[in-house]
Structures are given as C-alpha cells and as structure tokens.
Write a protein that binds this ligand. Structure first.
Ligand SMILES: *[C@@H]1O[C@H](CO)[C@@H](O)[C@H](O)[C@H]1NC(C)=O
Ligand SMILES: *[C@@H]1O[C@H](CO)[C@@H](O)[C@H](O)[C@H]1NC(C)=O
Ligand SMILES: *[C@@H]1O[C@H](CO)[C@@H](O)[C@H](O)[C@H]1NC(C)=O
Ligand SMILES: *[C@@H]1O[C@H](CO)[C@@H](O)[C@H](O)[C@H]1NC(C)=O
Ligand SMILES: *[C@@H]1O[C@H](CO)[C@@H](O)[C@H](O)[C@H]1NC(C)=O
Ligand SMILES: *[C@@H]1O[C@H](CO)[C@@H](O)[C@H](O)[C@H]1NC(C)=O
Ligand SMILES: *[C@@H]1O[C@H](CO)[C@@H](O)[C@H](O)[C@H]1NC(C)=O
Ligand SMILES: *[C@@H]1O[C@H](CO)[C@@H](O)[C@H](O)[C@H]1NC(C)=O
Ligand SMILES: *[C@@H]1O[C@H](CO)[C@@H](O)[C@H](O)[C@H]1NC(C)=O
Ligand SMILES: *[C@@H]1O[C@H](CO)[C@@H](O)[C@H](O)[C@H]1NC(C)=O
Ligand SMILES: *[C@@H]1O[C@H](CO)[C@@H](O)[C@H](O)[C@H]1NC(C)=O
Ligand SMILES: *[C@@H]1O[C@H](CO)[C@@H](O)[C@H](O)[C@H]1NC(C)=O
Length: 453
C-alpha cells in the first residue's frame, strides 16, 4: 500500500517536472521566433579565396536577411574565438579594434594577435587601397525589405598560423554580433558547399576554396530595455489620447535636472553639440510627459462609407540621433492590397500566411528617409487611405487604430485600449455625411442651450 503510494508520488513528480521542462523548452523556442519575420537572420559567410604559406585569405560577408531590422549607427561589431593560435596578418575593409599581444613576432608584426578578435567596419572615404566591395559603410546595414542591395557588409582577413588546406583549417568558434547593442545570438560555423562567384560580365564562374556559414538571430527578449517609442491616437471626432505618461522615463527635474531638454532652453545648442563631440549616444530627449525619443501619432481624419483616411506622423524627440533609413511596422486588420499610402514606401509583411494585416513603412530615398534630430525638422508624415471591408467593423469605436506598432524593430507602447478615442461606426451613420453630423450636433447643442435658458 505504502509502496504503491510512494511510486504514485514519484510518478506525479516525474510528470510535473516533465511538464515544467517542456514548458521551458516551449518558451525558449518561441523566444527568438518573430511571427512577422519567421526567416529573419543575419548570415555571416566566410569564403576562403586564397591560400598562403601559413594560412589563408578570406572574404567575410554579412548578409542581413531580416525584413525590417537594420543595423544603424554606430554599426556592427563582430567577434569570434580562434580555434588555435591564429593571427590576423592584415585586413581590408574592416579592422580589429585591438592589436593584442604580438610580442612573439620580431619582424612582420600582425594586425591582430588576440585569441578573441573584435572587428568593426571602416568609414566611407577610406583610401581605395584599403577597401573591398561592400565595405566601409561605418557598419550600417539596411534591412532586406528596405534595400536588399545594401543589406550586405564585407571585409577581408589574411589569417596566419592556421592550416592552409581545406582539411587542416579549423573554423573559428563562439561568434558574437552586436548590432549595435545586444540582441543577437550566433550559432556555430558550419562548413557548406563552396560559394560560386560569377564575374561581372557573367562569362566566368570562380569558386571559393572553402566556405562556412554562421547564422545569427535576434531576440527582443535578450534586450532588457525600457521602451524607446510610444503611440498617441486621435480622431476627427474625439480628443487626443496622448502617449502614456512616463512610458520611457519620467521627468525628474530635481534629482536629474539634465535628463531632458526644453526646446527653449538657452544652453540647448551647447549641450547637444557637446554630446556630439564626446560621441555620447545615450538619447537626450526633449521634455515630454512620455520622455520617449520617438512618438508615432495616428490620426483618423476621415470616415466615409467606402473608405477612411489616417494621417500618421513620426516625431523625433531625440537631440542626439538622426534616424537614417528608419522604418515602421504597423499591424491593423484593414491593411490589404488596396490600401494607398502617400509619401512613404510600403510592403506587406508575410503576405502568404494567415497573418497579413501587417505592413512595413519607410521613407522615400532623398525625401524623407532621414528622420532628423529633435527640432522643427524632426518629423515625417504620411496619409493612408483604407478601403472599407464591411465585415471588419466593430462598434466599440476602436476599429480605426492599430494593434501594434514597431519603430526600427522596437515595439512602441500603445495607450491602454479602454482609452482609445471614439470613432462612430459608419454603419450606424450609413448615409450621414460629416456635414450632416456636424449640423445635428450643433442642433442638439442649440436645443440643449435653449432648454437651459
Ligand atoms: C536565414 O535566412 C535565409 C533567407 O531568409 C534563409 O534562406 C535561411 O534558411 C535562414 N537560415 C536559418 C538558419 O534560419
Ligand atoms: C595604400 O596606399 C598608401 C599610399 O598610397 C600606402 O602608404 C599604404 O601602404 C597602402 N596600403 C595598402 C594596404 O596597400
Ligand atoms: C577538400 O577539398 C577536396 C578536393 O576539392 C574535397 O574533395 C573535400 O571534400 C574538401 N573537404 C572539405 C572538408 O571541404
Ligand atoms: C564566448 O564569447 C564570450 C564573449 O564574447 C565569452 O564571455 C565566452 O567566455 C566565450 N566562450 C568561449 C567558450 O570561448
Ligand atoms: C550559407 O550562406 C549562403 C549565403 O547566405 C546561403 O546562400 C547558403 O544557403 C547558406 N548555406 C547554408 C547551408 O545555410
Ligand atoms: C520642475 O519642478 C518644479 C518643482 O518641483 C515644478 O514646479 C516644475 O513644473 C518642474 N518643471 C518641469 C519642466 O517639469
Ligand atoms: C500625465 O502628465 C500630465 C502632465 O505632464 C498630467 O496633466 C496628467 O494628468 C498625467 N496623466 C496621468 C494619467 O497621470
Ligand atoms: C543630423 O544631420 C544634420 C544634417 O545632416 C547635421 O547637421 C546634424 O549634426 C546631425 N545630427 C546628429 C545628432 O547627428
Ligand atoms: C489585390 O486584390 C484584388 C481584389 O481585391 C485582386 O484581384 C488582386 O489580385 C490582388 N492583388 C494582389 C497582388 O494580391
Ligand atoms: C493575405 O494576402 C493574400 C495575397 O494578397 C490573400 O490571398 C489572402 O486572402 C490574404 N489573407 C488574409 C487572411 O487576408
Ligand atoms: C496629413 O498629412 C499631410 C502630409 O502627408 C499633411 O500635409 C496634412 O497637413 C496632414 N493633415 C492633418 C489633418 O494632420
Ligand atoms: C476581418 O474579416 C475577416 C473576414 O470576415 C475575418 O476573418 C477577420 O477575423 C476579421 N478581422 C477582425 C480583426 O475582425
């Protein structure tokens, strides 16, 4: 009897721990998965293009296959650990941040002797003889949807003290990618079929001596940070619902008098330029109730029987950042292929799955793809025209507002859903124009006024 009880107990403990384990597994496996970009990754490919007496020359190519996540200033940083005692003799189109201890070398001093080198991109304007194609962009890489031709970054390394046949070379280990902050996890390098290169005239194909791939994926759960963006809402019918107070921080002018700047502050210019000189990249925001560097405002400005219009405004409140190649991801069930968007480029995300209510928006090159630092120019705007899909209207008035918004891949905080502005459902006011509505409102007001008097 007792034995039976004990084994039952043991069994249930086993089941519980099994369930626990499974739930852990389930959690970690969904962590890195982004439903809006299920195949998104950064692939780092090493192509050995030449052998040397004591090693090899490799071109390292970073391909950003992510639809909407780009690498912005100050750019990527790539690290790895050598398998043995390899050194970097020289580099083109990139550089190791530290030379490390090269004391054992007497004549030819290597570029880097570290066991764990860290490499960064060079800047535009690098002398010609130190560049290779796709290098020298200050580590800035476009997202795939926005500009796939610039979603690539390359550098070349000459490696010594390694093997010099495809059987003796050991692949580097422990890759890490900061782009620019944390968030990426890199797998281990896998030897794959050698890459084939087509010459520019298309008449000859060459191939690498040996190739390996490393895949890095982003998880927003690895980035434990406060929000950087918030959403405010309004409609032609109701008052503005602002960003929630203190979304990205609170104004605290007693303990941190400098945690935000008033636009009319006399020392604004000197603080901003001082930050630029010292390369300080921490945001310096304009004082607002939400304290976010970026605010997205969604204004429903028109509601007709067959269509409705939205004005979307992105405002930069950060004095220390020009957002180059910014992008916005917006989820709203009304996005479909008849939606018209002015002044911004757009592309549906995941058009072939059950979730295709999400669209990516970004600026037009040389027109508004640069969201300027806080100030009179720190703003971009667009107008969206939605066709009405009659089945998709709820009566709670919130149908006109987005479900989720991301700015540069980071989630923007929405106002609480019970605070959304009201928009009359057009099916109630089927044949009532805006003018009629106004007239009836005025009449009601007038009647009310008359009664009171
Ligand atoms: C990385 O992305 C590319 C392009 O979307 C895809 O072909 C590849 O399978 C992805 N790799 C991994 C390991 O997910
Ligand atoms: C590039 O050219 C400069 C001067 O023309 C020269 O001093 C330098 O050594 C060259 N660098 C390389 C890597 O060839
Ligand atoms: C090395 O090259 C030889 C000849 O090209 C090839 O047969 C072999 O599979 C390669 N080995 C590796 C590990 O790539
Ligand atoms: C891998 O790299 C990280 C930092 O980049 C380091 O902390 C860790 O010790 C390394 N692991 C191995 C096995 O080299
Ligand atoms: C390695 O990367 C290249 C370039 O991204 C890709 O074409 C190839 O499919 C990858 N190979 C594997 C096995 O992932
Ligand atoms: C700064 O603090 C004072 C007193 O606490 C308050 O009256 C004032 O409104 C605050 N200014 C700002 C810009 O928050
Ligand atoms: C948010 O802050 C503003 C002043 O900055 C204040 O008037 C308002 O009441 C606050 N709202 C909430 C919900 O605390
Ligand atoms: C933003 O760009 C403008 C014009 O190119 C420049 O004057 C300004 O210094 C830049 N601001 C920052 C924070 O980089
Ligand atoms: C867009 O929708 C119309 C019908 O509403 C359809 O005929 C057309 O094929 C669609 N186009 C695309 C690219 O899906
Ligand atoms: C998603 O888009 C495709 C192609 O435009 C369309 O065929 C499909 O019906 C859409 N799915 C949903 C749920 O709207
Ligand atoms: C809507 O945005 C356009 C620019 O796309 C702007 O000219 C217009 O003034 C805006 N309208 C409102 C009501 O905000
Ligand atoms: C919109 O309408 C389609 C078709 O009736 C339905 O499948 C979908 O769930 C609706 N979406 C919302 C948010 O109500």
């Amino acid at each position: 009897m007792e034995h039976c009880f004990r084994s039952l107990l043991r069994l249930s403990t086993l089941v519980i721990s099994l369930i626990f384990l499974l739930s852990c597994f389930g959690f970690t496996s969904t962590e890195a998965y982004d439903a809006l970009d299920p195949n998104g990754n950064i692939t780092i490919r090493w192509d050995i293009i030449d052998w040397m007496a004591d090693g090899y020359v490799a071109v390292v190519t970073m391909l950003n296959y992510q639809q909407y996540r780009h690498i912005e200033e100050p750019g990527w940083t790539l690290g790895w650990s050598w398998a043995n005692k390899e050194v970097i003799w020289s580099m083109l189109g990139g550089q190791a941040t530290e030379q490390g201890d090269c004391l054992r070398f007497k004549a030819n001093i290597p570029h880097c002797c570290n066991k764990d080198p860290t490499v960064v991109d060079l800047f535009p304007g690098t002398p010609h003889n130190r560049t290779i194609p796709n290098c020298c962009k200050g580590g800035v890489v476009s997202s795939w949807a926005q500009d796939s031709t610039n979603a690539v970054s390359s550098f070349q390394v000459s490696v010594g003290n390694s093997g010099n046949t495809n059987g003796t070379v050991k692949v580097p280990k422990n890759f890490s990618l900061n782009a620019p902050g944390p968030g990426y996890t890199c797998g281990s390098a896998r030897i794959v079929n050698p890459t084939r290169f087509v010459t520019p005239d298309g008449r000859r194909i060459t191939q690498a001596m040996m190739t390996w791939n490393v895949t890095c994926t982003y998880s927003r759960f690895l980035v434990d940070k406060t929000p950087t963006c918030c959403v405010s809402l309004s409609s032609f019918y109701d008052t503005i619902v602002p960003c929630p107070n203190c979304t990205c921080g609170c104004q605290n002018n007693l303990t941190h008098p400098e945690n935000c700047m008033n636009p009319d502050s006399p020392n604004l210019a000197s603080v901003v330029s001082g930050g630029q000189k010292s390369n300080n990249l921490a945001p310096l925001v304009q004082c607002t109730s939400h304290m976010c560097p970026v605010q997205v405002h969604w204004h429903v400005k028109l509601n007709h029987n067959d269509y409705w219009k939205v004005n979307i405004t992105i405002t930069n409140f950060n004095y220390r950042m020009n957002y180059t190649q910014w992008n916005l991801v917006v989820q709203h069930p009304a996005f479909d292929n008849s939606t018209q968007i002015s002044s911004f480029n757009h592309k549906p995300l995941n058009p072939y799955t059950s979730i295709n209510d999400t669209t990516m928006l970004w600026g037009v090159k040389f027109y508004n793809d640069l969201l300027m630092q806080a100030g009179p120019l720190g703003k971009v705007e667009s107008e969206i025209l939605f066709r009405k899909n009659k089945s998709n209207f709820t009566s709670d008035g919130s149908w006109g507002f987005p479900r989720t918004v991301f700015f540069n891949g980071d989630s923007c905080t929405m106002p609480p859903s019970d605070a959304y502005p009201f928009i009359p459902n057009s099916s109630i006011y089927r044949n009532v124009s805006l003018l009629m509505l106004l007239i009836s409102l005025l009449t009601t007001f007038a009647t009310h006024f008359a009664c009171v008097v």
